[in-house]
Design a protein around this ligand. Structure first.
Ligand code: ATP
Length: 230
């Protein structure tokens, strides 16, 4: 709707050898909101997430950003350093992003401030000592160290108990208050409709429906698109 585009994909196709993972993707990501990309296993979510983030090139088509876009990706499975402490996981992200010294300490303070108290008070423990939900939150906090304007989170709910899913999504939603644009890749349509301002349904690598959860006609269209019936 109103907000300016942060990123635009037009005519994006991605192939891996003979496998077509994405085809004909036209997508506008608008600032300050949560966009959910929802689809079944293998629909192409992770591929789309990497293209949005900018670490995977489209085979054909264009990814356009208005100016230098700082983007962070939280990969599926989190990829934390399990034996390093919570704080060291945040520090490593700083080094990778070229942030150091006082600026790094300030960003770690901000990221720690975003984490729940029960994690914030355990910065010196190994990441492996955290629960699954806490590790997911740490993975997001680590991605925040780079100061992203766009944050792509691949399946934040994977493997979490329902109460933790709500907490993880609730904290992710708070990031938009600071102007971060969030794209979540999500397998469950009902969840996507609950957490996002806009939902894109992927089916076999193509967008089958796009809409707002506020639109009462959208849930039905989205469900048909999810299963590939029309
Ligand atoms: P999941 O929820 O299972 O992670 P997904 O929706 O994220 O699935 P992708 O991981 O993007 O889907 O995969 C889309 C298609 O592309 C699948 O058929 C997958 O096997 C294929 N694919 C993905 N990555 C590669 C790769 N590196 N090499 C070959 N094929 C790949």
């Amino acid at each position: 709707t109103g907000a300016a585009p942060v990123l635009t994909l037009s005519g994006v196709t991605r192939r891996y050898g003979g496998v077509t993972a994405l085809t004909g993707i036209d997508l506008v990501v608008r600032g300050g909101a949560i966009l959910a990309v929802v689809g079944a296993n293998g629909a192409g979510k992770s591929t789309l997430g990497q293209i949005l983030h900018g670490t995977l090139a489209p085979t054909t088509g264009e990814r356009t950003v208005p100016d230098l876009l700082r983007s962070s990706l939280v990969p599926e499975g989190r990829a934390l350093f399990r034996t390093l402490s919570v704080r060291e996981n945040l520090e490593v992200a700083g080094y990778a992003a070229g942030v150091k010294g006082r600026e790094l300490r300030s960003r770690i303070d901000d990221a720690a401030g975003w984490l729940p108290e029960r994690v914030r008070t355990r910065l010196e423990l190994p990441a492996a000592a955290l629960s699954g939900g806490e590790q997911q939150l740490l993975a997001v906090a680590r991605a925040l160290i780079a100061g992203p304007r766009l944050l792509v989170v691949d399946e934040p709910a994977l493997g979490l108990a329902p109460a933790l899913v709500d907490e993880v999504y609730g904290r992710i939603a708070r990031l938009t208050e600071d102007g971060v644009t969030v794209v979540v890749l999500e397998q469950l349509l009902t969840r996507a409709l609950t957490v996002a301002h806009e939902v894109v349904v992927l089916h076999e690598g193509a967008i089958g429906a796009t809409g707002s959860p506020d639109d009462p006609t959208f849930a039905g269209r989205a469900e048909r698109a999810y299963f590939g019936s029309s």
